[in-house]
Design a protein around this ligand. Sequence first.
Ligand SMILES: [Cu+2]
Length: 333
Amino acid sequence: MARIDKRFGATDGWIKMPDGTEHYIFGFVDLTGVPEERPALYRGRATLPGPLLEVDEGDEVYLTLTNLGFPGRPELDDTHTIHWHGFPNQIPLWDGVPETSISVPVGRSFTYYFKPADPGTYMYHCHFEPVEHIQMGMLGPLIVRPALEKNPAFAGRLFAYNDTATEYQREVILLLTELDAVAHSRVAAAQPYDWTEYRPHYWLISGRSYPDTVKPADDPSLPGQPFSALIAAQPGEKVLLRFINLGYELHTLQLLGLPLRIIGQDAKLLRGYHGEDLSHSATGLTLAAGQTVDALVTASRPGIYPLYNRSYHKNTNAGLTFGGMVTEFRVVP
Ligand SMILES: [Cu+2]
């Protein structure tokens, strides 16, 4: 365990869809290590999703949030927070629910403290006007790595949980959201939007719509969407897929050709009261909004295996071309 000091900025930005359209977002940027005179240079550079927050079980995490304001909406003085969704040990002051703690005004900073006790896959999001701020992009993945990895007997090996049966060689985060282009354009133009009329046009994995999902991380054509959703492995490797649903819809995903072993849900290893192994084999999985699922897949033989949303109307870019919540699992020798 160690002391971890991180700093995120809250600001706005733009993302692109494969059809060439651009969409205004709110979001976070990583300011960790940025000199004190420079954070303002990160205004307008939010990414979707926000930076990966990755810590070890037992770490003492100090996460400072600086509100950089919205260059695209300079009149909007919304405050922001960081809420660690599904974290059971939080003190209300640092839980990020603005009604019961503190939210951060433009130009100010606040430091959150977390001491993670339970490994697994989580998510964080802003909790100020959350219906708007989450859909606008103020969200990101959060991973707590198990203490087992620090055991000298297992040096250099990777585990999802404190159980040797959860060993893997590669991991991919698949963070699911949707995008209502009308809502985003109305927010960009400072117009009201009735969120009960939410109706997505794009379905995203880690901020991207297929075929952009399989482009590499930090692809220069997608500066606001730095995360790749391509799953690439060599034959025989075990791949941990960390599914996170931070959209507002229920999503059912299917992987064709390679069985999934569902080992964890909502940052809990699937074990019964008496330690029974409740992990199970599946061809697909369903995630409600706010849920996470950990699945192990053995890359048993070479090939390209599609991972896609079983609701076929979500396999599209705005209903015009094939795309959407689709990616590829490539097993290459
Ligand atoms: Cu916010």
